[in-house]
Design a protein around this ligand. Structure first.
Ligand SMILES: [Zn+2]
Length: 227
């Protein structure tokens, strides 16, 4: 809980709120991705990539879908705290990076993974507060995290240490659609996971819950870095 207390004392929720307001503006205004990059890349110094493909509104089957609120801020704060690379959507551009093939966001991931020797990708999403889990880890039914034998145990530990108890696996296996996880695992031979985070832990108004989440995610990145 030490890190969690540090995040509470430094008011990590305020840092996240200001990032959300700066980069992840929720609007129906659409940009042409040929004229403007609809994502933002944050340079890191450890070979882990955090993605937030639903940080802003996106389009699926010609319909505008709401953002996974606060997932952009979570990804950028995690980058600030750990030195992981980060890629998050910042503009509505007509596509859905968690589904599309071909996909400009996935092509950017391909470039980052190759150029920076990325060893693991964490893809961050939001689940509604009605879901029966705190965090669901999508692993393509165990295939996506490669040969890390203690992986499941370790991930559960990272959350449990910060009092986040209901960790489930593969409610969202990241298999149905052409997810970021499927893309990096199947096409790039790079391990990864998809995290679906319950709304309860994504509310910046609740400093304690948000600090618990960020301390857990920091531990997950640190574990993956030393593996
Ligand atoms: Zn999502």
């Amino acid at each position: 809980m030490k890190l969690c207390n540090e995040y509470i004392n430094t008011r990590i929720n305020e840092e996240a709120f200001s990032i959300e307001q700066t980069y992840f503006v929720k609007t129906d205004r659409r940009v042409n991705p040929k004229e403007m990059e609809p994502y933002r890349f944050f340079q890191g110094n450890i070979p882990i990539l955090i993605t937030a493909p639903h940080a802003v509104r996106h389009m699926r089957k010609k319909k505008i879908k709401p953002s996974d609120q606060f997932t952009g801020a979570i990804a950028v704060v995690l980058h600030n705290k750990t030195g992981a690379y980060c890629l998050a959507t910042t503009k509505l551009y007509g596509g859905d990076p968690a589904v599309d093939k071909p996909c400009i966001f996935k092509e950017k991931i391909r470039e980052i993974v190759i150029k920076h020797g990325i060893k693991f990708v964490i893809d961050i999403h939001g689940a509604s507060s009605e879901r029966p889990f705190d965090v669901d880890v999508g692993t393509m039914r165990g295939k996506s995290f490669g040969e890390k034998s203690k992986f499941v145990e370790e991930i559960i530990n990272c959350f449990h240490q910060n009092d986040i108890k209901k960790i489930t696996f593969d409610n969202f296996p990241a298999l149905k659609q052409f997810t970021i996880t499927r893309f990096v695992v199947d096409e790039m031979n790079c391990p990864g996971i998809q995290l679906e985070i319950n709304r309860k832990y994504r509310a910046h108004q609740n400093l304690n819950a948000f600090a618990q989440l960020m301390a857990s995610l920091t531990s997950v990145v640190n574990y993956l870095t030393k593996e």
